[in-house]
Each structure stands twice: as structure tokens, then as C-alpha cells.
Design a protein around this ligand. Structure first.
Ligand SMILES: Nc1ncnc2c1ncn2[C@@H]1O[C@H](COP(=O)(O)OP(=O)(O)OP(=O)(O)O)[C@@H](O)[C@H]1O
Length: 306
């Protein structure tokens, strides 16, 4: 694994506040990582540290092998950043805005057109940004972050203001970049949509990292139960219940539905018992703990699995 970002024992203090407290992690190439946490957890501070906009109070950071807070941070051109609140000069057109950022990144004049096309803004390229909807401004922000084929994308709440169709095309663009080897770090509160998209999740709480791993790892560590719903023929529900009685936690949802709450190492045995000499089970729905539930668990327990 080649790490594009390495954060070692980093603390960032603002006066009395430890915005980030002794945090370490490495981000590899070709991975999408979700950075999640309540308001004030330290997510934006971590992004700013990676961008070199602020310096750590202690600890060290390497981005593409360099110190981002050093005077000559050549790797900056290979970093794409979408801030939480994008604001552009409303008098410029989309094309002019992107041309301005392209010059800052020393990209050629040819850069804006394909990016505007990619984020679906070609039709509005020559309209002033002041006339753009929130979703259009957000897409222009993404186009700006994509300038220069970045090896690292730092995206702060990137899907705010995007409707479901735009969210989908946003994630398709991100996935393409990831497949080409980019590191994509998404800071977000939108846990449900991240669940399917992030290969790895870093959970922050009050400046500290409280969990770090892929969903399967976090589920294993959290040991939260899986919910199994069985649709049972009405004539067989009593029989299935009698088989479940010795096995643990279950409840009847309605006349033809039972819900079993199973520890992850128990679920296969429970299913086997419930469906033995079957005929009664018409459907099975297995719901492992969601990212929402894992997040709540780690905030409560403050475990550090890595
Ligand atoms: N420049 C600053 N001066 C003083 N305190 C700061 C500064 N920047 C951040 N903080 C404090 O550091 C803590 C972490 O803030 P940060 O913006 O990193 O959180 P966040 O996780 O990004 O929150 P949100 O989800 O609200 O964006 C907060 O308590 C915040 O008030």
C-alpha cells in the first residue's frame, strides 16, 4: 500500500480547545475514506492540516511525501479541495471561474471545458455564477477540485444541496477517480449514502479518533446484533416460534413476520434452526448494523480499534 497521506500523533490546539487530539492514520491510494463526526469533532481541522492551511501543534503530517505546511509545498497542485461552503465571484461565468482556478493550479486553458462537461455544466458554462442554483454551484466546486487530475481529493460535505440524481453522478465521478488511483476523503454527515460508497470509515469525536476500519471490521469490533426478519406462513408461525424460544432474542412483528436479533456469530445457526424442516419460511431479510448504528456505538464506547 502506498500512503498518500500520513498523519502521526497530530494534535492541533486553538487556545484552550484541542480541535484534534493525538490522531494518527494513513490514507492509501485508490481508496474512498469517510471522515465522520458530530459538529466540532475536528474534521475540517484535519482537512486544513492536510492542506497546509494550518500547522499542527505537535505531531507530523506528510502529504505525497511532503510537509504541507512547508513554504514550497509542490504537492499542493496534486490536491483537490472542495470546502464545505463554496463561494465564487458571482459576476464571473462558470467557464471564467474555472479558468481562474486553472491558472492558479498552472493548468492549461484547455482544462475547464472537459471538466464542465464532466460535472454536467456545459449548458451553463457562459452564464454568470450568480444565476446558478445551489446544486450547480456545488458542481462547479467539484469541477474546481478536479482540476489537475488530483491524486488526493479532500471533500468537505460534498453532496449538500445536491438532489438524488446529482448525488449519484457525483459519486460516479468520485468512483472513477478512485479507480484511477486517487485517494478520496469525504467528510460528511450523510451516513446512509456513505455506507455504500466508502471503503473505510474514520470516526472522530471531540478531536479524537474513536474508530477506523472498513464496515465489516467495525461491525466485528462493535459486535452489534444483526436483525433477521422472517416472513412465515400464518399456519407455521407458532411452530417457528417454538424453535426460536431456546435460541435467544426474537419478537413477533405481525401475524406473518418474526424478527430475530442475532449476534453476528450466531446468525447462521439461528437461521438454520428457524428454517429446519422448512416449508413455513416464505422470505428472509437480513439487516446488518448500519453505519448510523455503528457510529452511535463508537461515540458511546470510545473504543479505538486500530
Ligand atoms: N480557528 C479556530 N479558532 C478557535 N477554535 C477553532 C478554530 N477552528 C476550529 N476550532 C474549534 O475546533 C473544534 C473542531 O472544529 P472543526 O471545524 O474541525 O470541526 P468539524 O468536525 O469540522 O465540525 P462541523 O461538522 O461543524 O464542520 C471546534 O470546537 C471548533 O470550535
Amino acid at each position: 500500500m502506498t500512503a498518500t497521506v500520513e498523519i502521526n500523533n497530530v494534535t492541533k490546539r486553538f487556545g484552550e480547545v484541542d480541535a484534534v487530539r493525538d490522531v494518527s492514520f494513513a490514507l492509501p491510494e485508490g481508496e474512498t475514506i469517510a471522515l465522520i463526526g458530530h459538529n466540532g469533532a475536528g474534521k475540517t481541522t484535519l482537512l486544513k492540516l492536510m492542506l497546509g492551511l494550518i500547522r499542527p501543534s505537535s505531531g507530523s503530517i506528510r502529504v505525497l511525501g511532503e510537509d504541507p505546511a512547508a513554504g514550497e509545498f509542490a504537492a499542493r497542485r496534486r490536491l483537490g479541495y472542495l470546502p464545505e461552503n463554496v463561494s465564487f465571484n458571482s459576476a464571473l461565468t462558470g467557464r471564467e471561474t474555472l479558468a481562474f482556478y486553472a491558472r492558479l493550479k498552472r493548468e492549461g486553458n484547455g482544462a475547464p471545458a472537459p471538466l464542465l462537461e464532466r460535472v454536467g455544466l456545459s449548458h451553463a458554462a457562459d452564464r454568470r455564477v450568480g444565476t446558478y442554483s445551489k446544486g450547480m454551484r456545488q458542481r462547479l466546486g467539484l469541477a474546481q477540485a478536479l482540476l489537475g487530475a488530483p491524486r488526493i481529493l479532500l471533500l468537505d460535505e460534498p453532496t449538500t444541496g445536491l438532489d438524488p440524481a446529482l448525488r449519484q453522478s457525483f459519486y460516479e465521478i468520485i468512483e472513477e477517480l478512485r479507480e484511477q488511483g486517487a485517494t478520496v476523503l469525504l467528510s460528511s454527515h450523510a451516513l446512509t449514502e456513505l455506507e455504500e460508497r466508502a471503503g473505510r470509515v474514520v470516526i472522530m469525536n471531540q478531536g479524537a479518533k474513536v474508530a477506523d476500519g472498513n464496515l465489516d471490521e467495525l461491525r466485528r469490533i462493535a459486535r452489534l446484533p444483526t436483525r433477521i426478519r422472517l416472513k412465515v406462513a400464518a399456519s407455521g408461525i407458532a411452530d417457528v416460534e417454538s424453535r426460536l424460544v431456546p435460541l435467544g432474542d426474537w419478537r413477533r412483528v405481525n401475524g406473518h413476520m418474526l424478527e430475530i436479533v442475532a449476534a453476528s456469530d450466531q446468525k447462521i445457526e439461528l437461521l438454520r434452526q428457524a428454517t429446519a424442516e422448512g416449508g413455513h419460511i416464505e422470505d428472509v431479510d437480513v439487516a446488518p448494523p448500519t453505519l448510523d448504528e455503528l457510529y452511535a456505538h463508537f461515540l458511546r464506547s470510545q473504543e479505538v480499534p486500530r
